[in-house]
Design a binder for this molecule. Structure first.
Ligand code: SF4
Ligand code: SF4
Length: 428
């Protein structure tokens, strides 16, 4: 029986002898029946990208010269309210702030913390407004580069897959689980979870994933700090800390739901294969990964499907045929795109692929045949009846999750990313 430590694997990597594969590659090999090649693997790189509400930033930077105000009482960044503190930085002119990914711009309900984080990563200037404890107001512009401290953290991220949502009621529901209201009568379904690519799915016994595991968050290096809120044995999630400098804006951002702006985050996690037992879990097919289906009315589970129904044989991205545009008076696809990725340069509809989350919603909103994607249909049993519901919006982006897992593989092989041992194990 094969048994080794991550130090043994690091040595193999240094000598250029390690076999590193993405979870997608492992899955492809297994589906071809090639178990022999999979037994050679030393590290599996996994990934997930989705709406991760439990994300916040801790930022610290000089607001004015020392002595110009005693304490900050209220701060906004591009209109998004920040929480001041916990350190008061009395008379230092310095702000310590927490900004939630779900906080909303006070005058623009389509701009939130997730949008702000992305603009920081893009190197854009951010407008900071501050009211001091004596009522005086100050403002300044700042970029991420100007901040001595900018870390992204999480109260809850990277669930081991997640769930699908339907509405069995008779009225539409505003929800963070859809870019629009979720229509009643079991007419549509949205879901989250990257299936077989998901980090915790590939290491459910938490053999490699623990406190101190080095990971990529939005393309920058970070570390796992523990389990997150609402974690449970069947549905664990993780917390992390990662430097915002070096993050790739394409991997993060804001996502407008019918209940307000949300924050998207991408993770890639290396899983060193320490013994044969760990191989049992890598490459688990989507068809063996359960997807609970929840009713948005009360969050009760009404059925179970699996991730093959939403990822196998569907369109990973949306195709665009601008010539099919009907030139509607109002373009609903553009209006409801959760990442504002649709525009009409030169009068023709097009998608900004850097902004696009690959949610597929525009393919259901376009009145012509401009935006096309097969998002799949989900069959499940509910109250003894077989039902089938079309997917209308994905809240996970498997294209970027795979891209980040591939990027992590390259970085491990070229030595620029070093896999770590957890300093303490997390128990399932
Ligand atoms: S798939 Fe369509 S609706 Fe979704 S983010 Fe991309 S352009 Fe917008
Ligand atoms: S909804 Fe579709 S057909 Fe209508 S304007 Fe928008 S892109 Fe064109």
């Amino acid at each position: 029986m094969m048994k080794r430590t991550s130090a043994d694997i690091r040595k193999k990597i240094e000598k250029g002898e390690a076999v590193v594969m993405t979870a997608q590659e492992v899955s492809d090999l297994l589906s071809r029946g090639d178990e022999t090649s999979v037994r050679e693997v030393d590290v599996v790189t996994t990934g997930t990208r989705g709406i991760m509400s439990g994300t916040y930033a801790v930022l610290s930077f000089p607001m004015t010269a020392p002595g110009l105000f005693d304490r900050a009482e209220r701060v906004t960044m591009n209109g998004v309210p920040a929480i001041v503190g916990p350190c008061p930085n009395e008379r230092l002119g310095v702000l310590d702030l927490m900004v939630f990914g779900t906080s909303v711009n006070e005058s623009d309900p389509r701009y939130g913390g997730g949008h702000l984080f992305r603009e920081l990563m893009e190197g854009k200037e951010i407008e900071v407004g501050m009211t001091a404890d004596d009522g005086r107001e100050f403002s300044r512009k700042i970029t991420l580069e100007d901040m001595p401290f900018a870390r992204m953290m999480a109260t809850r991220n990277a669930f081991r897959n997640y769930r699908a949502v339907v509405n069995t009621g008779d009225a539409p529901v505003r929800t963070i689980f859809h870019a629009d209201v979720l229509r009643p009568g079991l007419r549509e379904l949205t879901f989250s979870g990257c299936g077989h690519l998901n980090p915790l799915q590939n290491d459910p016994e938490l053999r490699a994933i623990g406190i101190g595991t080095r990971v990529l968050v939005n393309g920058g290096e970070g570390f796992i700090t523990g389990k997150g809120t609402r974690t449970s044995p069947g549905s664990p999630n993780l917390t992390m800390v990662a430097d915002m400098k070096g993050m790739d804006p394409e991997m993060a951002g804001g996502f407008i739901t019918s209940a307000g702006p949300e924050c998207t985050v991408s993770w890639a996690v290396p899983i060193p294969i320490l013994d044969d037992g760990m191989l049992r879990f890598v490459g688990t097919p989507d068809s063996s990964i359960g997807m609970p289906i929840t009713d948005i009315k009360d969050r009760d589970q009404v059925g179970t499907a699996d991730y093959s129904q939403v990822w196998d044989g569907v369109s990973a991205t949306v195709s665009v045929d601008a010539s099919a545009c009907l030139e509607c008076i109002e373009c609903e696809a553009q209006e409801k795109c959760p990442t504002a990725a649709i525009d009409f340069p030169g009068g023709l509809p097009s998608i900004d692929r850097h902004l696009c989350f690959n949610c597929g919603f525009c393919s259901t909103m376009c009145r012509g045949e401009v935006f096309k994607a097969d998002l799949g249909r989900v069959r499940f049993e509910m109250e003894g009846q077989e039902v089938e519901v079309p997917v209308v919006c994905r809240q996970s982006d498997r294209v970027r999750a795979l891209k980040l897992a591939e990027n992590l593989k390259e970085r491990i092989l070229d030595g620029s990313f070093v896999i770590t041992d957890a300093v303490e194990r997390l128990h399932p």
